[in-house]
Every structure is written in structure tokens, then in C-alpha cells.
Design a protein around this ligand. Structure first.
Ligand code: ZN
Length: 313
């Protein structure tokens, strides 16, 4: 199963042999590193250093900061059909012009699944007969959202999501302050989705994750008041409480399954506790969406979860 490391190896080799297609489509779920790989490939194509991309030369640095005049980025954030034909028209305006300072022009089209059918059809003509100096790098979550004719003119590379272990070690590499156990908890809390875990950690949501991981233990000690106090200080908005519930669901669910399979888990949860917790969380999520007060939901939650983990009130 190729992850980002393996695909970098494959793409480097094709580039060295002069076999890289002028249109590359990187397919992968959110969080697998599609954009990172697209930018990496643009650097690898234009870099003048040794072992491209060297990440250090002026070319690599300009691409990293989004300032390279021969690398144009379109799409990205947005919803279905938010990627319009106007962007393709812009591409066509510069497509046949000579590159500014490199030998090639690179067009990166992020989240191509958001392209309207009109935009895809317009792009097709450029993909069919591009000038020799042009390269296209598209990313998408699933190739089925693109026209067959676009896929057939591109070489598709599929990024597989990292395993939980890969996600945990990537987190430790990225955030030196995380211990092995914390990285494992983070990875489980986000279902192995490195992008989501990284975002949550950088945005200071780690306390919510760690509270979710400690919840079973706190309640086993009969300290539901501790949980209630921490919840009310960490989860002051509906979004924060939902976040707590999602992480608790992932952690108890995964640890319950792993424990049933006889594996070691960073949080002690029995399969039956996992099932009961998931039922409570589903009711909690419904309550969060309704007009109940957060305080009320939080104390209800502590009481219900205490019942699962054997604490006494
Ligand atoms: Zn470089």
C-alpha cells in the first residue's frame, strides 16, 4: 500500500528516467497528504539542486511559499462544484506563454473533484495537447468524481491512508514534544488521519483529546466530578463538546476492538464498555445539536458514562 514516502520514490524515479507524464493525478482521502505531494512534485520537477527536490534552493523555497512565477495553484478549499471554468480560462491565458524563470510551467489543481463538468471539459482540451513546457498536477479524493477522459489522459497515483502506527510515528517526527503513548492516543483519536491529527495538535486541541483518553480512568476512580469540572473548562462551545465526543468515540471504539482481539491498548476499555459508550455518545451528539444547555449535557454525560465505567456517584 503506497503512502506518501513510497509515492515520492516512484515519482522521483519516473522523473529521473524522463517518464513522468505531463498530467499527474494524485488521488487520496483527505489527510493523506495530497497537497503536500503535489507541491513536492512541483519542486522535484523544477529544483536545480542535488537530489531534487533539495528543499533548500531558491526554486524549492519559492514554491514552498507560493511565490514561484511558474507554479500556479488553483482550487483547494471549497465545496462540490466550487471549482469553476473561470480558473481554467485563467490557465489557458498563460498556458502557451514561455515560462518566466524555469524551463516549465506547472499548474497545480487541488481538489479537482470540486470542478464543475464545464470546467472539466474545458481542462480536457489543454490536457490533450499541452505545449511541451506545461505540466499539470491534479489532486482529488476519488477519481470517480472526474470525467473518464481526464483520467485517461493522466497518470494516476493513489495515496493510501497511513496505518495508525505510521500516523503515530509521523506525529512524533513532526511534534518532538509528544511521547510515544501520546502520539498513539492522538493517532487513535483521529482514526489514523495524520492531516486531521496534525491540525488538531497545532491548533491547541490536544487537551480535549487527552481528556477523552483519560475519561475511562477518571470514572473508574469514581471521580466524575473531576471529569465534569474539566469538561466545563475545556468544552465551552458546542463545537468543542462535539470534538470531545468524536475523540472519545474513536478512542473507546478502537481500544475496545483491539482489546477484544487481545492487543495492547493505550487506554483500558472493554468491548462492552465501548459499545455502551458509543450509545451514550450518539445521544450526546443529538443533544448537542439541539437547544439544550451545554452544562446540562455535560453533567448528563458524566452521569451516564460513570454508569459504564463503574464509578459511583
Ligand atoms: Zn531545490
Amino acid at each position: 500500500m503506497p503512502g506518501i514516502k513510497e509515492l515520492k520514490g516512484t515519482l522521483s524515479a519516473s522523473l529521473r528516467e524522463g517518464l513522468l507524464s505531463h498530467a499527474v493525478l494524485i488521488e487520496g482521502e483527505k489527510g493523506t497528504g495530497r497537497k503536500e505531494l503535489a507541491l513536492w512534485l512541483a519542486k522535484a520537477i523544477l529544483c536545480k539542486g542535488e537530489n531534487p527536490p533539495c528543499m533548500n534552493c531558491a526554486v524549492c523555497r519559492k514554491i514552498e511559499s507560493g511565490n514561484h512565477p511558474d507554479v500556479e495553484i488553483y482550487g483547494g478549499e471549497g465545496t462540490a462544484r466550487s471549482f469553476h471554468i473561470e480558473s481554467i480560462r485563467e490557465i489557458k491565458n498563460s498556458l502557451w506563454l514561455a515560462p518566466n524563470e524555469s524551463e516549465q510551467r506547472i499548474y497545480i489543481l487541488l481538489n479537482a473533484e470540486n470542478m464543475t463538468a464545464e470546467a472539466q471539459n474545458a481542462l480536457l482540451k489543454s490536457l490533450e495537447e499541452p505545449p511541451a513546457h506545461a505540466r499539470f498536477i491534479l489532486t482529488c479524493d476519488n477519481r470517480r468524481s472526474l470525467l473518464d477522459t481526464i483520467i485517461s489522459r493522466s497518470t494516476v497515483y493513489t495515496l493510501e491512508p497511513p496505518t495508525r502506527e505510521e500516523c503515530a510515528s509521523a506525529l512524533m517526527e513532526e511534534f518532538g514534544e509528544l511521547s510515544e503513548k501520546e502520539a498513539e492516543i492522538f493517532s487513535i483519536a483521529f482514526g489514523g488521519n495524520f492531516g486531521a491529527a496534525k491540525k488538531a495538535f497545532s491548533e491547541g486541541e490536544s487537551e480535549i483529546v487527552f481528556l477523552a483518553a483519560k475519561t475511562p480512568e477518571i470514572l473508574r476512580k469514581g471521580e466524575s466530578y473531576t471529569l465534569a469540572a474539566k469538561l466545563s473548562s475545556l468544552c465551552k462551545t458546542r463545537a468543542e463538546l462535539s470534538e470531545f465526543l468524536e475523540r472519545l468515540l474513536n478512542i473507546t471504539g478502537r481500544c475496545g476492538i483491539d482489546r477484544a482481539a487481545g492487543k495492547n491498548t493505550p487506554v483500558r476499555v472493554t468491548p462492552i464498555e465501548a459499545v455502551k459508550t458509543s450509545e451514550i455518545i450518539e445521544r450526546g451528539k443529538t443533544a448537542v445539536l439541539q437547544n439544550c444547555s451545554l452544562e446540562l449535557i455535560e453533567s448528563w454525560l458524566c452521569m451516564e458514562l460513570s454508569g459504564v465505567f463503574g464509578g459511583n456517584l
